[in-house]
Design a protein around this ligand. Sequence first.
Ligand SMILES: NC(=O)c1ccc[n+]([C@@H]2O[C@H](COP(=O)([O-])OP(=O)(O)OC[C@H]3O[C@@H](n4cnc5c(N)ncnc54)[C@H](O)[C@@H]3O)[C@@H](O)[C@H]2O)c1
Ligand SMILES: [Zn+2]
Length: 370
Amino acid sequence: MLPSNSFDSEFSVSWTHRLRFTDSSFNDGTLDTLISTLSPLKILPVIDCGVTTNTAFMDDVTNWLANSVFETSKPRIVEGGEVSKNSMRVVDQVLEDINTNNLCRKSCVLVIGGGAVLDAVGYAASIAHRGIPIIRMPSTTLAQCDSGLGVKNAVNYFGKKNFVGVFDPPFGVVNDIRLLSSLDNRHWCSGLSEAVKVALIKDETFFEEIEQQSAQLLNRDLTAMGNAIQKSAILHLEHITNGGDPFERLNARPLDFGHWSAHKLEQITNNSLTHGEAVSIGLVIDIKCSVALGLLDNAIADRIVNVLQSLNLPTSHPALSDPALLQGIEEFRQHLGGELTLLMLKGIADPVDVHALDFKLVKQVFNELL
Ligand SMILES: NC(=O)c1ccc[n+]([C@@H]2O[C@H](COP(=O)([O-])OP(=O)(O)OC[C@H]3O[C@@H](n4cnc5c(N)ncnc54)[C@H](O)[C@@H]3O)[C@@H](O)[C@H]2O)c1
Ligand SMILES: [Zn+2]
């Protein structure tokens, strides 16, 4: 019973998460239609410098900017990769451009980049004027499979992943498969760990498809990659929009399966592992922990490890001997808030939450993998 001078009034805000798939975003109307729906007064394009190596794509960007019916500012090219969110440099550059180009809350930031650039630029857009709409064009496998769909924006701080950030969904996401053609083989594959992750949590058929298509995926088959990205992106989108916890207020964080160690591994290795590679190792750790806890059959664990290896993803690393890695469990708990909740597997697409992980058991798993 509330005291008589208290007034609680519940409200909710509806949101549409718009996701588009294309192989010609600037020419087939996909982007123009999305922008027209928003109808921004001005657009600030921000581009990951890695994307500038994709000359065919950049020609389209240049043509579009020259002929666009929308008012656009000069594109800002930003440094790419984890370094872009390891300091406030990119955030400051974007804030400065928003200021000097007089963007308002009815304007729009159009960001084209990998997951790190999306995170940093998204953070800048969401704090400028308390939130300028953003359209994301994820440019890596990982970003198209997973992070481009996320409602989280953040930069690293105090040496901790995503320490400073906000929840703020994008206005829309355009996955243009053509962007991926300029990725090196390492980044082409590394984001597939997030597709394996979401398949393991939610969709056994999808896991089997990745298993069967692993050679095509590895050999840069665009159709196989397009299918894998689409399924992964939609599973992530459905979880965010229909999972009942879009802003992660509850303790369970299924999409962070394998991430307690992945985030710590990225830090310990000074980002010599990509996020996708660290997630692959993190998945193996939690799968082997699931076996050690008596939840998962070892044969299924081996099958999952084989799939990751067939995609050229790492399944172990010398950093598993670093005692600091175990701190990842407590750091993960703090980042989530509340009771420690880690997802383990009883089978493929058969997850279970655990609330404690014995250090001895985890060290045993590390030793087994080293
Ligand atoms: N916000 C979320 O929900 C969420 C979810 C998952 C991951 N993430 C974050 O995403 C980041 C990892 O992102 P990533 O794997 O996309 O890598 P990345 O952003 O670190 O990019 C990797 C490299 O690829 C380059 N690059 C980008 N697009 C390119 C292209 N089309 N052609 C050539 N080079 C290109 C970049 O410049 C960079 O050098 C991590 O910081 C991770 O924490 C965020
Ligand atoms: Zn991830």
